[in-house]
Ligand binder design. Structure first.
Ligand code: TYD
Length: 207
């Protein structure tokens, strides 16, 4: 169904600069005459945006880890059905801010990793074609992370040590899937980071 499009996800710890970099990458690819859609998780379709509100608002203890995994997967299924798959079927490039690797890193601790992977296989059944991992020192990221949109602070309680663990987990995922996940140095000048991303994508596009 999605033979022609290219499904790219962007991952990284909080404050790694994903939003800025996705916008720049989309702009650069559009300038090459390509059709690009940008989307995000949790969210990216009307139904998944409703589930997003359940996930990002309220106190941290609102959901158990298992329920959280089910909600992220439900949101992802709707996002895949309504937004990602149709765009890929049209031959578009899909740039998605976070996807399954975020669930693996944020929710897939210890034995829960099996639940994350099994549900993904059953309900989604697709990995991205390319994943750009924006890698940055959490202290550096913390400094530049701005204030969050009103009320979306359920995950903001994550401390520095959690961000360090996340960074290590993302890097382990990249080591396990070197063909799919490319580590991008996200420190320094945003224009230089943007150029690094565009290089990797251009190589993948084979141009
Ligand atoms: P998002 O709004 O994308 O925040 P950020 O700008 O930091 O990327 O995502 C909200 C939070 O949801 C973020 O802290 C990461 C978390 N999250 C998970 O815990 N698991 C997931 O599967 C996804 C997609 C996001």
């Amino acid at each position: 169904m999605d033979a022609d499009g290219l499904f790219i996800t962007i991952e990284g710890i909080d404050g790694s600069g994903k939003s800025t970099q996705i916008a720049r990458l989309a702009e650069a690819l559009c300038a090459q005459g390509r059709t690009v859609i940008t989307t995000r998780e949790p969210g990216g379709s009307p139904g998944a945006e409703e589930i997003r509100r359940l996930l990002v608002e309220g106190p941290p203890e609102r959901w158990s880890a298992e329920t959280e995994i089910l909600l992220f997967t439900a949101a992802r299924r709707d996002h895949m059905e309504r937004t990602i798959a149709p765009a890929l079927a049209r031959g578009d490039i899909v740039l998605c801010d976070r996807f399954i690797d975020s669930t693996r890193a944020y929710q897939g601790h210890g034995p829960l990793r099996t639940m994350v992977d099994t549900l993904h296989e059953l309900a989604i059944g697709r990995e991205p074609d390319l994943t750009l991992l924006l890698d940055i020192d959490p202290e550096n990221a913390f400094e530049r992370a701005g204030q969050r949109a009103g009320g979306e602070d359920r995950f903001e309680q994550h401390g520095l040590s959690f961000q360090r663990t996340l960074r290590a987990t993302f890097k382990d995922l990249a080591k396990a899937h070197p063909e799919r996940i490319k580590i991008i140095d996200a420190a320094g000048d945003p224009s230089e980071v943007a150029a690094r991303l565009l290089n990797v994508v251009t190589e993948k596009l084979g141009v």
